[in-house]
Design a protein. Structure first.
Length: 345
């Protein structure tokens, strides 16, 4: 089969490789569409040759392998791309994945839209409901309290805004002015322009200085202290990041702010060894994270079919041969409020 794999020199290219064989508890999926995430291109220079790149996919079941899925059934999900043992990656004509790690695509949703959802959605639910401890949509807040979604038009941020609204929260999001209407249409109660240097103070006004939960979907070293400024000046709060940030990176004076980071790949339940990368949730087996993700995988078909969760806007660049171009576009900051997708088969 054809796949986009890492090659010598810290880059990646389309190559012919063997089609995977599903192991016990796995299914084989024929990938029709794959969607790009920043983690895809960030991982490439750090992996040895022969790793399959890509995480998000949508396709059809090619081999149910004794599971409850049917051959030809439309499914979507994500894998830990560029990993080995077992070899995983979505930028390939076929992939093997655990039978419980996919969701059934409703007839109302296209392969293109379905491919944009899984990884970012999983990141959002893990960050907000497991790590921040916010109420879930199944048991929404009885009285709305504020939550800040920084980077509201990132892929993760767009799902976080929708999920926070479903959870009954007062949703404040950051975004550029041209995307304010998009964010309010998805459920944001208030949107502030991150280009305004005083936006944290505006958030404090909107939240009546009572913001105690913030989700930084950008999580760069320079964004975290700015987000911390938006938290309550008297109570502090919990700041959740999707990159490995820590309290020591905050300036003096933020003693009441707790910084925590989360990495989504713990949803597969297997131990992860990230060396000295300071994410707070990796290490040994993570069965709770796996169960939590499997619960939401069962909910996703109804969420998207009913319109409660709207997929990211997408732009189709081409097939596997177009992925290098897509990586360059995202690295140059030319991908905003949309997801790049690729037609694989």
């Amino acid at each position: 089969m054809k796949a986009f794999v890492t090659v010598e020199g810290g880059t990646a290219a389309v190559r012919e490789i063997p089609k995977p064989t599903p192991g016990k508890g796995e299914i084989l999926v024929r990938v029709h569409y794959a969607a790009q995430n920043p983690t895809d291109w960030k991982a490439v220079p750090h992996r040895p040759a022969g790793r399959i790149v890509g995480c998000d996919f949508a396709g059809t079941v090619a081999d149910p392998n004794g599971s409850s899925w049917r051959e030809g059934q439309r499914v979507a999900g994500f894998v830990y791309g560029t990993m080995a043992e077992p070899l995983r990656g979505a930028y390939a004509e076929y992939l093997a994945t655990g039978s419980s790690f996919v969701w059934a695509i409703p007839d109302s949703i296209s392969f293109q839209d379905a491919s944009t959802i899984s990884l970012a959605f999983a990141t959002a639910i893990q960050a907000m409901f497991q790590r921040l401890g916010l109420p879930e949509p199944s048991k929404p807040a009885k009285s709305a309290f504020p939550v800040l979604i920084n980077g509201g038009t990132s892929s993760v941020g767009l799902y976080a805004v929708q999920l926070a609204k479903l959870a009954g929260l007062y949703v404040i999001a950051t975004g550029s002015k041209q995307n304010h209407n998009l964010l309010t249409s998805l459920g944001a109660d208030a949107v502030v322009d991150y280009k305004d240097a005083a936006w944290p103070e505006k958030v404090r006004e909107l939240s009546h200085d009572n913001l105690q939960h913030a989700f930084d979907c950008i999580s760069e070293e320079e964004t975290m202290p700015v987000v911390a400024r938006a938290l309550s000046s008297t109570k502090g709060g919990h700041l959740l990041c999707i990159l490995p940030r820590k309290n020591s990176e905050l300036p003096e004076g933020f003693t009441k702010v707790k910084v925590e980071s989360t990495i989504v790949y713990t949803v597969f339940g297997d131990p992860i060894d990230l060396g000295d990368v300071p994410f707070d949730n990796w290490g040994g087996p993570t069965p709770e994270d796996r169960s939590f993700w499997e619960k939401y995988l069962s909910l996703l078909p109804e969420y998207v079919d009913s319109g409660k969760i709207k997929p990211n806007l997408s732009r189709e660049l081409g097939g596997l041969e177009a992925i290098s171009e897509g990586f360059e576009l995202q690295q140059q900051g030319k991908v905003r409020a949309e997801k790049l997708i690729y037609k694989v088969t």
